[in-house]
Design a protein around this ligand. Structure first.
Ligand SMILES: [Zn+2]
Length: 430
């Protein structure tokens, strides 16, 4: 009897424009080839600026947390929980403290590796201290490397019964970007180099404003090496898993991207597009030739996609069949919590526009608002709120409505659909 597996593969802080099938950089040879036989979502959109914000939509199809408490997901219905109840073998392998059992991410997994116990302790310590504590802990000793995560996941897959659900999360592209020695051609000792890299990274985090060109290029080249490294782990993982299962559904994405000072900030957080736009590649046995799908595809669609493919839901999720398209005119809520700063940033994004509001962590005080025309200004350089007050008011009201209903997106307005088509056509797109 054919053995079946669903593999959810997530990479922390992986920028969309560093994956070759999106931007032609030659950093991800395996993923690029893999993408050729897969469905590639051009408009994949994370709904959170950090791990806890984004993973609520990936694993639970829930809107991002608006408070620190909401980062806890105990008792919620994750993909793993639903599949386990349906008889799946379930295994999860990661080492991000925000995804640990402390926050409830182990629920639904028969086997759960979250950093070999070290991270569990960290997470308890983390508690609700927030990002400052997590950054400090990550700096102290980064997460379990992809090599170990891969071999643990493969060991599990080898003995897993069918059907199986395997979630693997890589941290290698997460700050402080420590590529293995063999990728750097190091002259100095490993110990010195690592110490230097970490010191440099800490300095950058503490430093306000623009870095020197030398520091910037050093940081980005370390990041690129980590992207290459993670591609090789993904290759080993997918090829290894395929040896043990005949029918596969693979969903590969990133929880969010990474900012390299595009908006004056290094690292993740916030809701600008260098953070929200992520890779999303879906490969399923027998799905036919690969294709690319345009349009906004939220990561909250991953759960319904997996459940539908597993025969546990009738519809919903990402369009995988030839000829299917994403629902146009969608407006997504996204959020990023910044406890050290005492603020949260909310976004309301369609294909055309993005409204951003920075406010106090409890939402009582608005600090700033911005509005961007994403068609004319995809880099979000020019705030048009002062010139387009009506659109700003509509976006503000739309965001309020979505927040009040506690959902991931606004109801699709058909008039937006034709407006999208009209404006894109006017700019030469079809
Ligand atoms: Zn993350």
């Amino acid at each position: 009897m054919a053995k079946e597996i669903v593999l959810l593969l997530t990479v922390d802080s992986l920028r969309r424009d560093h994956v070759g099938c999106y931007h032609g950089q030659s950093l991800t040879p395996f993923l690029d080839t893999f993408a050729e036989g897969s469905t590639v979502f051009e408009g994949a959109c994370s709904q959170g600026g950090g791990t806890p914000e984004s993973f609520r939509s990936i694993m639970f199809s829930l809107p991002p947390p608006l408070s620190l408490d909401e980062r806890h997901v105990h008792g919620k219905e994750s993909i793993a929980k639903v599949l386990r109840e349906a008889g799946y073998a379930t295994g999860g392998f990661h080492s991000n403290p925000f995804l640990s059992s402390h926050f409830g991410y182990d629920e639904g997994f028969e086997t759960f590796f979250d950093g070999g116990g070290k991270q569990t302790g960290d997470a308890t310590l983390l508690g609700d201290l927030g990002n400052a504590a997590s950054i400090a802990l990550m700096n102290r000793g980064p997460a379990t490397d992809g090599k170990e995560i891969t071999s643990r996941a493969l060991e599990w897959a080898k003995g897993a019964r069918s059907p199986a659900f395997l979630w693997v999360h890589y941290m290698d592209t997460h700050f402080p970007y420590l590529p293995p020695a063999r990728m750097q051609g190091w002259r100095g000792s490993l110990r010195n180099r690592v110490a230097w890299d970490m010191l440099m990274a800490r300095k950058i985090q503490a430093k306000a404003g623009e870095p020197s060109e030398g520091v910037r290029s050093r940081v980005m080249s370390s990041y690129r090496l980590c992207v290459r490294e993670v591609d090789s782990y993904i290759s080993t993982l997918i090829e290894g898993v395929w040896k043990h299962f005949d029918r596969r559904l693979v969903v590969m994405t990133a929880d969010h991207g990474e900012g390299f000072w595009e908006h004056g900030r290094f690292g993740h957080g916030g809701v600008y597009d260098e953070i929200l736009r992520v890779p999303l590649i879906v490969n399923s046995t027998g799905a036919g030739p690969g294709r690319r799908v345009q349009g906004l595809a939220p990561l909250a669609d991953i759960k319904p996609t997996i459940l539908r493919q597993a025969g546990l839901a009738q519809d919903g999720g990402l369009p995988l069949a030839t000829g299917e398209a994403v629902t146009p005119g969608r407006k997504l809520v996204c959020a990023s919590l910044d406890p050290p700063d005492g603020t949260r940033t909310l976004g309301f994004r369609s294909e055309l526009m993005k409204y951003i509001r920075k406010e106090s962590l409890d939402g009582s005080k608005c600090a700033s608002e911005e509005l961007y025309d994403l068609v004319r200004d995809p880099g979000e350089r020019m705030d048009v709120l002062a010139d387009r007050k009506e659109e700003g008011s509509a976006a503000r009201a739309g965001l309020e409505e979505v927040l009040a209903r506690g959902v991931t997106q606004a109801l699709v307005d058909k008039s937006d659909e034709s407006e999208v088509a009209r404006r894109l056509h006017a700019l030469g797109y079809d």
